[in-house]
Design a protein around this ligand. Structure first.
Ligand code: GCO
Length: 461
């Protein structure tokens, strides 16, 4: 345990995403998203859960603001539902009711002295765009740029922090390979590398729109959020386990961060993809950027957005053959998600890796948190443990001289955890789903997290 305080003006936040909390799926002129379709297709989501109502945040904005005030966060990270703004994904029709909803949310936050962090895309693509190929069709780059332009113009005067994409890795792999996320269809030609290629270009275009048209007047920061586990070599005496660990991190995070922070995919990424492709009978699947594209993409960031939950042990079988890490001293405090084991030390290592690999950018941890499932226990001991240990690892940025400027707890509310529905609960606030009012009830971790925020860290007792 390190005692000390974060630097002044550290960003303390909590996060949600539109489809996971808003509900109101056919209210206020909203178009359909790929998640509306996906959850309504039998067999995709545990318990047949959907986001039709979710936390009903669309109609319960004041309750969410009250919850945020209780946590005493300085910031709130939420996402905009693209089909609420552009029901068919294009600028043919702009839904003013959608814009008004987010303007009102921004006004209420600012009145409560909470600054917004706004995600443009947290996975709820307008279904109409999916019908013409979604992220596989490169015309989507222009669609995304137009959508971003509308948000910057209408919401930008009240927003200082933007995130273009949340976790492109998950979009590409879970949404287009594994099929546990929307828009999965079993077309064999669905390739994650093309999807990611288009996402990287779309991100860059949105950043340029901001840079060219809005930066001078709005002076905010725009970036992308990537997710990454930390990977440790399973056997520290084996070079190939080190190499495997490196490849894991490269795939999660380097896939997107290399082009955006350093220019182009890394040699390691190119080589690994080629090896995988050959093994799978394909000759090549990683598209190439032209020199002009590399120039246009390189440097399109104002900070590094990181979602991090846990670490894995790596060893060289095929890529992907990874095993969850179980080396922490108290793994007896389990999480409610099979993929999430508590491994706080990995976060510090990952932060140092980012510092060295990507030129010491300012880093905002845009998600970090833990779940439970099964019986409700408002005394969420495991979550207090998680936040104490992980946030304390973040504090070590003071020792490592890493430029961390913010931390975001996932999530403010128990919400629709994608394919596992409402069975896994990541919230600081519990929501009793059998009460039609969906009251937000604080778990013990609310006052715990809030005391860390009030102290701005862990002052020496
Ligand atoms: C994610 C998402 C969140 C999840 C969270 C827990 O980034 O995967 O941003 O929507 O709910 O990560 O799995």
């Amino acid at each position: 345990m390190l005692y000390g305080e974060f630097k002044k003006d550290f960003i303390w936040s909590s996060a949600t995403a539109s489809y996971q909390i808003e509900g109101a799926w056919r209210q206020g002129g909203k178009g359909l998203s790929i998640w509306d379709k996906f959850t309504h297709t039998p067999g995709n989501i545990l318990q047949h859960d959907t986001g039709d109502i979710a936390c009903n945040s669309y109609n319960k904005m004041e309750d969410d603001i009250a919850a945020l005030k209780k946590v005493k966060v300085s910031h709130y990270r939420f996402s905009v539902s693209w089909p609420r703004i552009l029901p068919d994904g294009t600028t043919k029709y702009i839904n003013q009711a959608g814009i008004n909803y987010y303007k009102k949310l921004l006004d209420s936050l600012i009145a409560a002295n909470i600054q917004p962090q706004v995600t443009l895309y947290h996975w709820d693509l307008p279904q109409a765009l999916q019908d013409v190929g979604g992220w596989e069709n490169e015309t989507i780059i222009e669609r995304f740029r137009d959508y971003a332009d509308i948000l910057f113009e209408n919401l930008g005067p009240k927003v200082q922090l933007w995130i273009t994409f949340n976790e492109p890795f998950i979009i590409a792999i879970l949404g287009h390979v594994q099929g546990t996320h929307a828009p999965f269809s079993d077309r064999p030609d669905t390739l994650p590398y093309i999807v990611s290629h288009n996402i990287i270009k779309a991100h860059a275009e949105a950043w340029h729109v901001y840079n060219d048209k809005y930066r001078a007047s709005q002076n905010g920061m725009v970036s992308i959020t990537v997710n990454a586990d930390w990977a440790e070599p399973r056997n520290p005496y084996k070079q190939e386990d080190y190499d495997a660990a490196r490849s894991v991190v490269e795939f999660y995070l380097g896939w997107y961060a290399h082009p955006i922070f350093n220019g182009d995919y890394s040699p390691l990424m190119k080589r690994s993809v080629l090896e995988q492709s050959l093994a799978g009978g394909l000759t090549k699947s990683l598209p190439e950027f032209t020199p002009e594209e590399i120039k246009r993409i390189n440097g399109t960031y104002d900070y590094f957005g990181l979602n991090h939950y846990c670490s894995v042990l790596a060893f060289p079988v095929d890529f992907g053959e990874i095993q969850h890490f179980e080396a922490d001293d108290r793994t007896w405090l389990e999480s409610g998600s099979h993929w999430l084991t508590m491994t706080p030390f990995g976060l510090r290592r990952l932060l140092k890796f980012i510092k060295h690999e990507f030129g010491n950018p300012p880093i905002i941890i845009t998600e970090n948190g833990v779940s439970e499932n099964g019986p409700v226990d408002l005394n969420d001991v495991h979550r207090k443990y998680f936040y104490e240990k992980y946030i304390n690892q973040v504090l070590k940025y003071l020792l490592d001289d890493v430029n961390v400027i913010g931390y975001t707890a996932w999530s403010l509310l128990d919400n629709l955890e994608w394919a596992v529905g409402y069975t896994e609960r990541f919230g600081l606030f519990y929501i009793n789903r059998s009460d039609p009012d969906l009251p937000r009830t604080p778990k013990a971790s609310v006052s715990f997290y809030s005391s860390i925020i009030s102290c701005n860290g862990f002052p020496d007792p």
